[in-house]
Design a binder for this molecule. Structure first.
Ligand SMILES: C[S@@+](CC[C@H](N)C(=O)[O-])C[C@H]1O[C@@H](n2cnc3c(N)ncnc32)[C@H](O)[C@@H]1O
Length: 227
């Protein structure tokens, strides 16, 4: 289901949420339970990258590693980066469970994506799923991810839809942490990038009261010219 973008006013102060992007916050969160996320790869990643020829990939904010492991199982050599060693250790254990052929294609790196910049023009695929950052931090983060894509490669960014911020599904944060597909696309230089997908897609979810709900993913897929 493809949905039109909705405009959201950016009227709050994102700085209140700065502690949501630290090692301590995510170590606590991952440490509070045996498994935090579903363990399944993001359906948007599967749809958007399933037809690509495997090469070298970066997953920024990989959490418990389901997307990294899925890519590695498809033949990609993958670097998974996250701020949380607790999440990364769990991700590495899940990868080891899949055997050496999968685990051997993966490098796990603990980095703070507010400051760490990946090597320019290194990757055939750079992906980030639900990697929201406070305030203006998303813009340089996206710029760094884009620069890390080599000519001919793909950038895939999946975020929560700004319109779901006030739905009963547990989103926390500030509207500026939820860029629209149009904003994500506008941040790329049109002389360097071809926008393949810049839209939002509905998917079924369960709300905080256990009731069926619909949420939306914002998806930006772009190919870097050249290669
Ligand atoms: C909503 S989770 C998404 C995890 C994974 N991409 C997924 O879709 O399951 C956000 C992830 O970003 C990581 N994160 C938050 N702030 C970060 C930062 N400053 N640097 C690196 N990773 C960070 C968290 O540890 C967490 O794993």
């Amino acid at each position: 289901l493809e949905e039109p973008e909705t405009a959201v006013s950016h009227d709050h102060d994102a700085e209140d949420f700065a502690d949501h992007f630290t090692q301590e916050f995510w170590d606590d969160r991952y440490g509070s339970t045996g498994q935090y996320w579903s363990g399944q790869p993001n359906p948007q990643l599967v749809t958007q990258t399933g037809g690509l020829t495997p090469g070298e990939a970066l997953d920024a904010g990989c959490g418990e590693g389901a997307d990294v492991i899925w890519l590695a199982s498809r033949g990609w050599t993958v670097t998974g980066v996250d701020v949380s060693p607790v999440g990364l250790e769990r991700a590495a254990r899940h990868a080891a469970d899949r055997g050496e052929q999968v685990a051997g294609r993966i490098t796990w790196r603990q980095e703070d994506l507010l400051t760490w910049v990946p090597e320019p023009e290194r990757f055939d695929l750079v992906t980030a799923s639900y990697m929201h950052l406070p305030g203006k931090a998303f813009e340089p983060f996206q710029r760094g991810l884009a620069a890390a894509v080599q000519p001919g490669g793909t950038l895939l960014i999946v975020t929560h839809h700004p319109g779901d911020l006030h739905a009963n599904v547990g989103r926390t944060g500030d509207a500026r942490m939820f860029p629209s597909a149009g904003e994500l696309a506008a941040a790329l230089d049109p002389s360097v990038w071809k926008i393949v997908v810049a839209s939002s897609f509905a998917r079924p979810a369960t709300d905080l009261d256990g009731q069926p709900a619909t949420v939306r993913d914002v998806v930006l897929r772009a190919s870097r010219n050249g290669g």
